[in-house]
Design a binder for this molecule. Structure first.
Ligand SMILES: *[C@@H]1O[C@H](CO)[C@@H](O)[C@H](O)[C@H]1NC(C)=O
Ligand SMILES: *[C@@H]1O[C@H](CO)[C@@H](O)[C@H](O)[C@H]1NC(C)=O
Length: 363
């Protein structure tokens, strides 16, 4: 393809001569360091153009794009409110045509040593909203409750939620996830000695994944504004994930934004602004969500986050392979899309089809 045609394919002119950018890949970051990992790299220059978008966070007012507009990036700001507000603003911005864009969610997370380790890069099929629950302080909970968390509209842990708000579970295109994983597997992940020392403290056989070297992992993610730590909460959220996904989800990463981003994308897809079959949920492990067996939950949270910098770098090392794969194979494969064979969307079936998790009970 000629360069001029390539440029034209991602930049359209609409009435009044305003330029509309039609990205092929949109990288969604959540705070500054996650974005900076993608700057000043040899593969592409995301700072070639900045587009200020009305409704974005005052801290992160711009979308950043390559000169040809084929790859763009934003920072939502941390936690669910920032993530949902920024994504909604993007979807309704007149500067972009996002109908054929692939969204690559790219952030660090706490990881469960049952499934992954610090530095690993994980790819989710399910995102579960963990914070949307009732909670008692552990000192005041009924004695037989295994933790203070239990679903809304219920009277004990393990009961399916009595109230459904629509943001509890999102399921993304598993066929695309597998393509993303195979592209990411060509990346050489980094590691450091502090991470190796931390992993070596996870001696229990149930934490074998936590003790192993970093890798690309397929496992699911949990969203909560509350940044928690501990084996009991970890187990409680494993249970929440099983309960809300009809035992199909495998909890492995804990973060503060994914359900918010995915909900905005589902609403956008319902209005034909985006294609929900083009979403990749990538999270790397910056820290463990719980201490080693017999360890202290507070020590785990307060310890220096030794996995932070390899996790940030590995997100980009794996992510660049995915971005390049999509750009390189655009005409051959990605322009037409990767057909999902699983249910995709939310717990309400908003995009059609029957969720393979539920039951759906409206308030
Ligand atoms: C875009 O913004 C970044 C800072 O966020 C700046 O470094 C860069 O030079 C800007 N690019 C242009 C083309 O102005
Ligand atoms: C998780 O679920 C299992 C099986 O129902 C239960 O035995 C355990 O107490 C639960 N743990 C927490 C912390 O909720």
């Amino acid at each position: 393809m000629l360069w001029s045609q390539f440029v034209f394919s991602s930049l359209l002119l609409i009435g009044g001569g305003r330029r509309v950018i039609k990205p092929r890949v949109f990288i969604v970051n959540f705070f500054r360091s996650e974005a900076e990992a993608w700057y000043n790299i040899p593969e592409f220059d995301l700072l070639a153009q900045n587009i200020t978008v009305s409704g974005f966070s005052a801290l992160f007012p711009d979308v950043h794009c390559t000169q040809d507009g084929s790859i763009c990036q934003l920072i939502t700001g941390q936690a669910e409110i920032n993530a949902a507000s920024t994504m909604s603003s993007l979807l309704h911005s007149p500067h972009f045509d996002l109908r054929s864009t692939y969204f690559l969610l790219s952030g660090i997370a706490g990881v469960s040593p049952r499934q992954a380790t610090v530095g690993s890069v994980t790819f989710a099929r399910y995102a579960v909203q963990g914070g949307l629950q009732h909670e008692f302080d552990a000192r005041e909970k009924p004695a037989h409750f295994p933790s203070g968390y239990f679903a809304q509209g219920t009277t004990a842990p393990g009961q399916y939620p009595g109230w459904i708000d629509g943001t509890e579970v999102f399921e993304v295109n598993d066929a695309l996830r597998r393509v993303a994983v195979s592209l990411a597997q060509s990346a050489q992940l980094t590691d450091n000695d502090d991470c190796k020392r931390l992993r070596a403290t996870y001696k229990s056989p149930i934490y074998a994944a936590g003790a192993a070297p970093p890798s690309i992992v397929m496992c699911d993610t949990l969203t909560s504004d509350t940044y928690w730590s501990g084996a009991l909460l970890g187990e409680a959220f494993e249970n929440t994930t099983l309960l809300l996904t009809n035992r199909q989800g495998v909890y492995c990463s804990s973060q503060q934004e994914d359900n918010a981003v995915l909900h905005a994308l589902v609403r956008g897809a319902a209005s034909d602004l985006v294609d929900f079959s083009r979403v990749i949920v990538m999270r790397s492990g910056s820290d463990f969500d719980r201490p080693p067996e017999g360890g202290d939950a507070a020590d785990n949270l307060f310890a220096p986050m030794v996995g932070r910098s390899p996790a940030l770098l590995n997100l980009r090392l794996a992510g660049v392979k995915i971005v390049q794969g999509i750009i390189d194979e655009w005409a051959a494969t990605f322009e037409r899309g990767i057909e999902p064979s699983n249910y995709i969307g939310d717990i309400l079936g908003s995009l059609g089809g029957q969720p393979d998790f539920g039951p759906v009970k409206l308030i």
